[in-house]
Design a protein around this ligand. Structure first.
Ligand SMILES: Cc1ncc(COP(=O)(O)O)c(C=O)c1O
Length: 310
């Protein structure tokens, strides 16, 4: 039986004991930054592999810098706490690891300075997020993506997820799977929790960071795989909404969503309305890699269980 543990107030405790007070600043004002790391179950090896843990903690560090959160942890210490948590929790399935650095003072007053900071990590089981085989039916959101001049999207700030939640709920209550948000200039930005790619001929195209995207780790992974394994270059440029309607293929990338084809946008089929050949090759490669089954990319995978089958 798996029992979830958390790293909380500098100790590893059962998840049920990791509780914050109602006056915690981050809870009241959205002043926390976080990461989502997948632990992928490899059944043959009896192992959980964390995918690109370094890149996730590097991004967390940048988010902390933007939000003036002190983060006095070395990478090695972070890897050790995270793998230990997963091993103690004992899941034999895919898991999600949530590191979160936050303004922990129990005090009223909106600001970032003169507050205490703390850091926690928890683990939870986490299966598929969107239906990859079927693909996602999407809607252009009536909610625009937050601007760098308002809340910087390149930082993974808890408060920003009000923007994502408004868009996701609007799309789902309208009968779609996912929302695609535009930036203030009307160009494609991203999904509620995914980056967007289109395929046009032999090129991939994806919005640049200046379109107020979270600069995704899966996005970078896909750009690398497209170049190294498919011989396809990725162009980062502004994309109009109608380019998605007319592209050969479109797909979303994210730690939760993996690589999910977008088969419909605003009730228009994209391509032939099914997963296309480029997405199909990337999905296959991606799953092999995140489960530690591709020797060329095994450096992206961190094993958690110290005692595994040979
Ligand atoms: C808003 C948003 N965009 C994009 C992504 C994809 O980023 P990554 O591939 O690093 O998970 C996420 C997920 O973390 C997200 O929340």
């Amino acid at each position: 039986m798996a029992t979830p543990y958390a790293y909380f107030q500098k100790n590893i405790v059962p998840l049920s004991e990791a509780k914050i007070g109602v006056m915690t600043h981050a809870f009241n004002y959205g002043t926390a930054v976080f990461e989502g790391i997948r632990g992928n179950w490899n059944d043959a090896e009896g192992q959980v592999y964390l995918f690109r843990i370094k890149e996730h903690f590097d991004r967390l560090r940048k988010s902390c810098r933007i939000m003036q959160i002190e983060f006095p942890y070395e990478n090695e210490e972070l890897y050790s706490i995270t793998t230990q948590l997963v091993e103690m929790s004992g899941y034999r399935e895919d898991v999600y690891i949530r590191p979160l650095a936050y303004k922990s003072s129990e005090i009223l007053g909106v600001r970032l300075h003169d507050l205490e900071d703390d850091f926690l990590i928890f683990v939870a089981p986490f299966g598929p997020y969107l239906d990859i085989e079927k693909g996602a039916r999407c809607q252009t959101s009536s909610w625009r993506r937050v601007e760098d001049t308002g809340i910087p999207a390149r930082a993974k700030i808890t408060g920003i997820y009000a923007n994502s939640a408004l868009a996701k709920t609007e799309a789902q209550l309208n009968g779609f799977d996912e929302a695609i948000m535009l930036d203030e200039r009307g160009h494609i930005s991203e999904g509620s929790g995914e980056n967007i790619f289109v395929v046009q001929g032999d090129k991939l195209i994806t919005p640049p960071p200046s379109s107020n995207i979270l600069v995704g780790i899966t996005r970078e992974t896909v750009m690398t795989l497209a170049s190294q394994e498919l011989g396809m270059e990725t162009v980062e440029r502004d994309i109009d909404r109608t380019e998605l309607y007319t592209s050969d293929e479109c797909f979303m990338t994210g730690t939760a969503a993996h690589v999910t084809p977008v088969v419909e946008l605003d009730r228009r089929s994209i391509g032939d309305g099914k997963m296309g050949p480029v997405a199909s090759r990337l999905v296959k490669l991606y799953f092999e890699i995140i489960q530690g089954k591709n020797p060329k990319y095994v450096h992206w995978c961190t094993p958690c269980y110290s005692k595994v089958k040979a």
